[in-house]
Design a protein around this ligand. Structure first.
Ligand code: ZN
Length: 108
């Protein structure tokens, strides 16, 4: 992650064509028009406040949790015999497809 770059939400307009758009860029960034590749100019810039990590998870708690090494899918998959993994995958697939058909194409 970029630590100290000042990020801004910048509105840019092409100097040649009608293009205008917003994007996030650092202070001294520059860009060409995505339509005609002419230079663009900034018409507006709003500084963004950096949010380094999601709130709620303590660094210390996370570090403590990691002390035993990363667990999860990978460790589990290595411990299980192939036959059991296959069984689990089949159950999951069945559950997925039965859910989908019940909701009549719903899902997402
Ligand atoms: Zn243009």
């Amino acid at each position: 992650m970029i630590a100290d770059a000042r990020r801004q939400l910048v509105t840019r307009r092409c100097r040649v064509c009608e293009w205008q758009g917003e994007r996030i860029e650092t202070t001294d960034a520059d860009m060409d028009c995505p339509w005609c590749h002419a230079p663009t100019r900034r018409v507006n810039a709003i500084a963004l406040v950096e949010r380094r990590r999601p709130v709620g998870v303590s660094v210390h708690a996370a570090a403590l949790g990691r002390r035993g090494g990363l667990k999860g899918g990978r460790a589990r998959a290595a411990a299980l015999p192939a036959q059991r993994r296959r069984q689990i995958a089949q159950i999951a697939a069945r559950a997925r497809w039965s859910r989908r058909s019940k909701r009549d194409g719903g899902g997402r």
